[in-house]
Design a protein around this ligand. Structure first.
Ligand SMILES: NC(=O)c1ccc[n+]([C@@H]2O[C@H](COP(=O)([O-])OP(=O)(O)OC[C@H]3O[C@@H](n4cnc5c(N)ncnc54)[C@H](O)[C@@H]3O)[C@@H](O)[C@H]2O)c1
Length: 266
């Protein structure tokens, strides 16, 4: 069996309707996909209301037409059970950054979706191979790492776990390019590319604050003035300190595992 390319009007499932899930759902709906949005905390309907506000703001700025805005909103459907994902071509999870919870979700999803449904994780830092561990068909899972805010940020890292099939990666890369994004393929190493290189940006800024070398505003102004789009403190605020801490801990632990047991990762 070959995993198919994801057609322009294929149904896409998004699980987790927080910052990232809502952004991914908006992007997919604007590009013509019916989107099923599921959140554990009954947040899917609220997320759709937030997306509708964002799209209305784009209409006011003249970036999209009223008709396109209404059509995109109509494509977004909140659902409250995993079973609703049965007819999807692709499911992207953007739930809490926790290995066991993501593993559980993927194993449950496999029981529900079609044999050729592609599954993707938006994890920032957890090994895709580890998330696939325990799945009946780990070859259908890949990382699809969007950046915040999803509708604006160009890059998507498409990440191969050790068992991810090449046709899965090809389908995801083609889809992401159709959505106007830039694809960079990455291996499932700790933090992939961007989050690995970005770790010291935050860590050194926090250490400078601890040393009372400057205020957050001074650090941000310095880094912006040298050409960075955002300074480290405002960037941590944007990401969310809970999410950023979870990513840092996960990259740290994965690197430790790599050092002390090279076969443990990816
Ligand atoms: N925030 C960022 O800048 C960023 C960037 C790239 C990737 N990510 C990754 O995306 C994922 C989500 O991050 P976020 O910032 O959107 O988090 P968030 O806290 O804003 O949203 C997570 C959502 O998932 C829901 N959820 C939690 N467990 C669930 C489950 N088992 N089933 C269904 N829904 C569940 C929560 O209710 C919440 O609404 C994480 O893996 C994170 O590492 C985050």
């Amino acid at each position: 069996m070959r995993f198919p390319s994801i057609e322009k009007t294929a149904v896409i499932g998004v699980i987790g309707a927080g910052t990232m899930g809502a952004g991914i759902a908006q992007l997919a709906a604007v590009h013509g996909h019916p989107v099923l949005l599921l959140d554990a905390a009954e947040g899917a309907a609220a997320a759709i209301a937030r997306i509708a506000k964002m799209l209305a703001a784009l209409v006011e700025k003249g970036r999209i037409s009223e008709a396109d805005c209404c059509a995109a909103i109509a494509r977004l459907q909140p659902v409250d059970k995993l079973d609703a994902m049965a007819g999807t071509a692709l499911v992207i999870e953007a739930i809490v950054e926790n290995l066991q919870i993501k593993q559980q979700l993927m194993q449950s999803l496999e029981q529900v979706v079609k044999p050729d449904t592609i599954l993707a994780t938006n994890t920032s830092s957890i090994s895709v191979t580890a998330i696939a561990n325990g799945m009946q068909h780990p070859e259908r899972l890949a990382g699809m790492h969007f950046f915040n805010p999803v509708p604006l940020m160009k890059l998507v890292e498409v990440i191969a776990g050790t068992e991810t099939r090449t046709d899965v990666l090809e389908s995801l890369a083609a889809l992401v390019e159709r959505w106007g994004k830039t694809v960079v393929h990455a291996a499932s190493t700790p933090g992939f590319i961007v989050n690995r290189i970005a770790r010291p940006y935050y860590a050194e800024a926090l250490q400078l604050l601890q040393e009372q070398a400057g205020t957050p505003a001074q650090l941000d102004r310095a880094m912006r003035s040298i050409g960075f789009r955002l300074g480290p403190c405002e960037l941590m605020d944007l990401i969310g300190h809970d999410v950023n801490y979870a990513v840092t801990a996960s990259v740290f632990e994965a690197k430790e595992a790599l050092i002390y047991s090279p076969k443990a990762f990816p």
